[in-house]
Write a protein that binds this ligand. Structure first.
Ligand code: NAD
Length: 296
């Protein structure tokens, strides 16, 4: 039986841990929040109040934490994972963090004899609950093949993206495209409306023409054409503006450190930054259509 230590049992981590329990794996968890630990215990896992206790018997350590600084502290800290995990344990960090920190922590793991992969996800809280997340994995081929069967109960798609940090790279590149495409689709609906074009009519044309993309046909920012999109639910997330803003911040850090030229990415980051400044971090990111129209 594989023992798993799960660190970070929040909106994403807890439902992911539940899917591991559902696959008959043993889950020992740690979170700073009493409520999160109680959630794991209620689901049939064992909750501990220190990292050391949670990882003591673990064959695999999975983390799902808010930021790179926290991931670094949790793994490399005095009372952290590296000091307390048993030899040969596999480390999987599924948090969305900056590429540089992901590479640094993986390098430290390697120096200590641990295999580690970065495995950020897309699919959100719904995907975490349904076990249909997409995992983008960075690390050695050997670490990827050890991690894949552990990720399977939580995911529908698991892609090896290359060396350490490349999972994070794939995640931020994908979300930079998503931000840009959502803004593009939103601008087109706003312009169409200003010119007297009906939303559904424009959708019917664009969905079958060269403007077709996920932001249009799966997550349409106007109510009507795609009934499950957050636009039909007053732009409740979904994928909150605050999370898109976080991911664009990570993308812009990577742009700066790599010297890439991303004028559209910068503009998208600025637009979502303004939404945050205006107090709309809890609105779904497709609410950018209202922000652009001046109606949010
Ligand atoms: P969350 O804030 O709900 O959960 C984070 C958990 O980490 C909390 O329970 C918190 O108490 C715990 N935590 C913080 N510091 C800790 C520490 N030092 N030790 C142990 N536990 C600690 O966040 P979330 O929505 O679950 O997101 C987790 C990660 O997943 C983030 O990196 C986020 O960017 C990424 N992500 C989130 C979504 C989403 O839709 N929510 C989608 C894709 C990726």
């Amino acid at each position: 039986m594989t023992n798993i230590a799960f660190i970070g049992l929040g909106n994403m981590g807890l439902p992911m841990a539940k899917n591991l329990l559902g696959a008959d794996l043993t889950v020992h968890g740690f979170d700073l929040s009493d409520e999160a630990r109680a959630g794991l215990a209620d689901a049939g896992g064992s909750a501990f109040s220190t990292i050391a206790e949670a990882v003591a018997d673990a064959d695999v350590v999975i983390s799902m934490l808010p930021s790179g600084a926290i991931v670094k502290a949790v793994y490399e800290g005095e009372d952290g994972v590296f000091k307390n995990a048993k030899a040969g344990a596999l480390m999987i960090d599924s948090s969305t963090i900056d590429v540089t920190t992901a590479r640094d922590v993986a390098q430290e793991a390697k120096a200590l004899g641990f295999d580690m992969v970065d495995a950020p996800v897309s699919g959100g809280v719904g995907g975490a609950a349904a076990g249909t997340l997409a995992f983008m994995v960075g690390g050695s081929a050997a670490a990827f093949s050890k991690a894949s069967p552990i990720l399977e109960p939580m995911g529908a798609k698991i892609v090896h993206c290359g060396a350490s940090g490349n999972g994070q790279a794939a995640k931020i590149c994908n979300n930079m495209v998503l931000a840009i495409s959502m803004i593009g689709v939103s601008e087109a609906f706003n312009l169409g409306r200003a010119l007297g074009l009906d939303d559904q009519t424009f959708y019917d044309v664009a969905a079958n023409a060269s403007a077709q993309c996920w932001s249009l046909t799966s997550y349409c920012p106007v109510p009507g054409p795609v009934p499950a999109s957050p636009a039909n639910n007053d732009y409740q997330p979904g994928f909150a503006t605050a999370l898109m803003h976080k991911d664009l911040g990570l993308a812009m850090e990577a742009v700066a450190s790599s010297g890439s030229n991303t004028p559209m990415g910068h503009l998208a980051a600025d637009i979502y930054e303004t939404m945050m400044d205006n107090g709309h971090g809890d609105v779904d990111f497709s609410g950018v259509i209202k922000h652009l129209a001046g109606t949010l």
